[in-house]
Design a protein around this ligand. Structure first.
Ligand SMILES: Cc1cc2nc3c(=O)[nH]c(=O)nc-3n(C[C@H](O)[C@H](O)[C@H](O)COP(=O)(O)OP(=O)(O)OC[C@H]3O[C@@H](n4cnc5c(N)ncnc54)[C@H](O)[C@@H]3O)c2cc1C
Length: 378
């Protein structure tokens, strides 16, 4: 009898897992992918939406394009994990599985009620920010990271640098101050100090003031940020929201006290049989004890590992693929012409994250990768 692999989440990890399983599973087996949205959003391009370089429809793809003889897409909200009956409850009914891949990403925790803080980590927030930036002509912009860990290790820095490039192009930069706040002890804390210094130098050369060890507590009267060590007035606030583990799994046996899912760092298996967690939802610790960065290329590689090992297991072969915590060739945009290459060795002791000097090839690599992603997986 055929088996069912249930994938929760149609983001980076879920889309890769479904595509790989489509190729490697025997014809009798099935893949069901569930997401609350009917579209996949290529999150890495949100900074380009925020700075007016992409329209939303350019960075989304309909998830039903994954469907085929083996893959079914189900639009539903995942509400509860029921490991004893190997099932999940959704708002569309119960779904059972033989193997489960959890790829629900990190959940954003937002302050209730209307917020004067723009959220560039959300499609609608990025569109609103692009409109606000277009109308902004002078004053202080504050970009801040609310808490650690957050997805896209380099993304907040990229957003600040692209905003700088945006105002330089409009010849308004001399009238716009940009301040960057992070709770990290140094920019890209996961990087070796040399690369933190490199990033700080890139930011300062572009007149972006970087303040580390800063914890934002609230925004008073819409124009003063309250920090743990004082107040900071501004005119436009861009906040990376606090992120937490996925709600349906929080408090389950596979979640750690912070809500991130505990997995074997090389196989992504949880402590429950036939249950795997990949991507941002997983809380993997580096040898230094900190969470490894929550980045798309890790979600991608982890999905490959789990999908290929599942197919081997179903064929009664020994699973042999391993996630090694490394990646090369990713990039962070520093302007609309240049970027830095980023490489990570998260399982090294000490963990490493390196950053090249800005160059046009890194910019081109990121743009080509975006095009490749949106074409080849859908
Ligand atoms: C602005 C930004 C820029 C980034 N830039 C980069 C970059 O340049 N390079 C890089 O490598 N990484 C980058 N990242 C990080 C990267 O996008 C993430 O690490 C990656 O998307 C994680 O993949 P995932 O599959 O774990 O989760 P996601 O891609 O977040 O997917 C999770 C999916 O689960 C669905 N979902 C969640 N909860 C439920 C539920 N209860 N029911 C049903 N569906 C649900 C969501 O709708 C979503 O589709 C960036 C992230 C952001 C936000």
């Amino acid at each position: 009898m055929g088996r069912t692999v249930l994938i929760l989440g149609g983001g980076t990890g879920g889309v890769v897992a479904a595509n790989v399983l489509k190729k490697v599973l025997p014809a009798r087996d099935r893949v069901a992918l569930v997401d609350r949205r009917d579209t996949h959003l290529f999150l890495a391009s949100l900074p380009l939406v925020a700075t007016g370089r992409r329209r939303p429809e350019q960075i989304i793809r309909r998830l039903n394009r994954l469907e085929g003889s083996k893959v079914q897409f189900i639009q539903a909200e995942v509400e509860e994990f029921l490991p004893d009956s190997k099932a999940v409850r959704t708002d569309q009914g119960f779904l059972s599985y033989d193997s489960l891949i959890i790829a629900l990403g990190a959940e954003q925790e937002l302050a209730p009620g209307p917020s004067p803080v723009f959220n560039p980590y959300d499609l609608q927030g990025a569109v609103l920010l692009s409109q606000e930036l277009a109308a902004f002509r002078q004053g202080r912009i504050i970009v801040f990271i609310s808490s650690l860990p957050f997805p896209g290790a380099i993304a907040p820095y990229e957003i600040a640098l692209l905003i700088d490039a945006y105002f330089r192009r409009r010849r308004l930069r001399s009238k716009v101050d940009i301040t960057f706040l992070t709770p990290e002890s140094r920019p890209l804390e996961f990087a070796s100090p040399r690369y933190s210094r490199r990033l700080t130098a890139i930011m300062e050369k572009r007149d972006i003031q970087v303040l580390t060890n800063r914890q934002v507590q609230s925004l008073a009267k819409g124009h003063v940020l309250t920090l743990s060590d004082g107040d900071l007035p501004g005119d436009l606030f861009i906040g990376i929201p606090r992120h937490v583990g996925p709600a349906p799994l929080r408090g389950s046996t596979i979640a750690d006290p912070s809500g991130w899912l505990m997995v074997n760092p090389t196989t992504l298996a949880t402590c429950l049989p036939d249950v795997y967690a990949i991507g941002d939802a997983a809380g993997i610790r580096s040898p230094a004890g900190t969470y490894i960065p929550k980045v798309g290329f890790f979600a991608h590689y982890q999905a490959e590992v789990v999908a290929r090992n599942l197919a081997l297991g179903y064929a009664n072969k020994e699973p042999r693929f391993r996630f090694v915590g490394g990646a090369k060739g990713a990039s962070m945009l520093t302007s609309f012409r240049q970027g830095c290459f980023v490489s990570v060795e998260a399982y090294a002791a000490p963990p490493k994250l390196a950053l090249s000097a800005p160059n046009p090839a890194a910019y081109l690599t990121k743009i080509l990768f975006e095009q490749y992603w949106l074409k080849s997986w859908f």
